[in-house]
Design a protein around this ligand. Sequence first.
Ligand SMILES: *Cc1c(COP(=O)(O)O)cnc(C)c1O
Length: 453
Amino acid sequence: MENRIVAGKTIRQWMRELPLLENMIRTEEVFWPNPNICSFDQATRHLPLGERDVKEAEERLARFAPYIAKAFPETRDSGGIIESPLIKIPKMQRYLEEMSGQPIEGEVWLKCDSHLPISGSIKARGGIYEVLKHAEDLALANGLISIEDDYAVFADEEFRKFFSRYSLVVGSTGNLGLSIGIIGARLGFHVTVHMSADAKQWKKDLLRSKGVTVVEHLTDYNKVVEEARRQSAEDPASYFIDDENSIHLFLGYAVAALRLKQQLEDKNIIVDEDHPLFVYLPCGVGGGPGGVTFGLKLVYGDHVHCFFAEPTHSPCMLLGLMTGEHDRVSVQEFGIDNRTEADGLAVGRPSRLVGKMLEHVISGVYTVDDSTLYRLLAAMIDTEEIRLEPSALAGVAGPVRLCQDQAARMYLEQHHLTEKMNKATHICWATGGSMVPKDVMDAYYQEGKRRQG
Ligand SMILES: *Cc1c(COP(=O)(O)O)cnc(C)c1O
């Protein structure tokens, strides 16, 4: 094993250069402060994307709001804007403090993307955005609309008939498939979702009930995406949603930051030099947390600190960042099995697009054990009555880890944050859960109680 060559070096050499790797290979929980972080201005000077692009994405979503409100009545109250609440979770904060014996300075909040309308996960941002973008491109190119029109017409039969000439293809561990499938089928597209072996049965059932073609694979996420990409390329009427490389997905996620800024202002929460903001984002391939991070950095610059959270068995982004090899390395090549109950995070190879864009921007990455995810899942129900899927709890471990882990405390010291922590805001990004069927959620809860002992 130690003599195996990965990206030009033996695993033994890699471990000598990166001592933390040994802990990762043993699937222990680790905290990695990013040694390559630099000021946001410096880090983004050469990036191909900027504020203008995120604004454009926000405007596009606003154009589609009349359609969304019409096609998905649950969004009528928000005027067709797909957004989630930000809520304070003091009881959960107390639980975290008691369980860890570690006081958490500052206030802990939950960003409830778990309760985003339409598809109940963070994918209702990026996934839906990219399908709308594609639908708009097709409609504009074929003279069906102009950009000043009322987009409610997208719900008309004529549009559905038009889109039925086209198809959408995506590879997914579950939630991206749900978001693409639901919005795609509603618009009239033929949608094919390729699901990885870890995808949950209820997600496949739900999609089939909406007329989506679900192809089940026995392989893991990256292989499935590869196969889906290949199949889509054979059909000129087919559009592939590329979770590993898509700028559109990324921008759809980034819009979250502009909305969060407003929510924080409405709640009189200050973010500035003396009031740091810490955000903890569950990470699979990286698009969701990456897009949100990019948006938040545009808004708050160096006053926001974004940490990615991965399962101990699937630390792909951490591996890509720490080695600097990004998608040239996978967890499996290092003998890590990519088996986790956090299905949304079960990814062995990270997005190169995200890793390269944010290698100097992400504050750090930590890993979480499945057992911890389950315990937090049950505690979140007991304390706050909020039901999340296992993946979504990865971010909830963040505030404790930041205050407790030795490496994290060094990060705080180096950035002169230690003495500001009593004025800090922590936001745990709850990435999914409201669509989980009751019997499945009950089983998760029981498992969590069992693991709490
Ligand atoms: C997809 C997903 C994530 C992570 O998003 P990536 O873009 O894969 O990094 C986190 N949590 C849940 C519940 C998800 O479905």
